[in-house]
Design a protein around this ligand. Sequence first.
Ligand code: CP
Ligand code: NVA
Length: 329
Amino acid sequence: MNLKGRDFLTLKDFTPEEIDGLLKLAAELKDKKKKGIPVDTLRGKNVALIFEKTSTRTRCSFEVAAHDLGMGTTYLDPQGSQIGKKESIKDTARVLAGMYEGIEYRGFGQEIVEELAKYSKVPVWNGLTNEYHPTQMLADMLTIQEEFGYLKGIRLVYMGDARYNMGNSLMIASAKMGMHFTACAPKKYFPNAELVAECEAYAKESGATITLTEDVEAATKDADVIYTDVWVSMGEPDAVWEERIHDLTPYRVTKEAMGNAKPTAIFLHCLPSFHDLKTKIGKEMGERFHLTEMEVTDEVFESEQSRVFEEAENRMHTIKAVMAATLGA
Ligand code: CP
Ligand code: NVA
């Protein structure tokens, strides 16, 4: 696998072999980190981390991974730079590429990260856009692989708003890697037809299947992985909460849904999660709409079947693999 100089914008741009190579590299880097064997082969390099939306996992993963690899980082927060306000993405790309060996971007439309990559002579990594969250996919697949030993044939069910970054990306990742993907949601939350068609083509090659259904019982039957995400994503207006709660409450991940899956099934969530009222937004929405939990019950989140914190840790190891591979460590 030679990914040196490549951008990492969506898994659509990568072959199953390349994705597998990144997962292998991540597992190797994880193993070395656990054994205390340093891998600082990118010493002397620097990366810029642009965050137009907030983050805990992605930012910390890029910073820790870069540090472990021997690199310096600069964090550009949602307010603290000229990007978009006084300087175009095209100019920003050319400025940063002159100082840094790689650029991470988290923000809004996918076209922004694509524009950045177009005008940057150094690799650009997508740390989440409205449409895709590819680094999250590597962490999710590594977690599934660690649990089951393989990806091909795994039945993954995504419950909730399947039209956004997580639903889209899980469908792409599953289709590429030969997994059986089910989006379980009301019809209006299904991924768009064009992307489904693209994924159907990947699925043909890999042996994956794609199912879109409104039926929770049929979807969760014999699942290996049940996955969900927040019902309202970053950047969406508060006004959509009421409709989302109304539409998606039947698609909450509950003990019954988990009970319908295989006994060996695991629960995954990209996080952060509204599984209780211990957050500002969770509390506010809970009080307004008389809820104690949203996309997943606290019982499932805290259960033996939940692998959400292993998954969160894997963000760091997989992001390290992406930087190492594209910067040529
Ligand atoms: N899962 C994820 O991307 O988390 P952050 O928003 O905290 O980076
Ligand atoms: N769909 C969520 C994912 C967060 C990691 C969002 O975009 O806010």
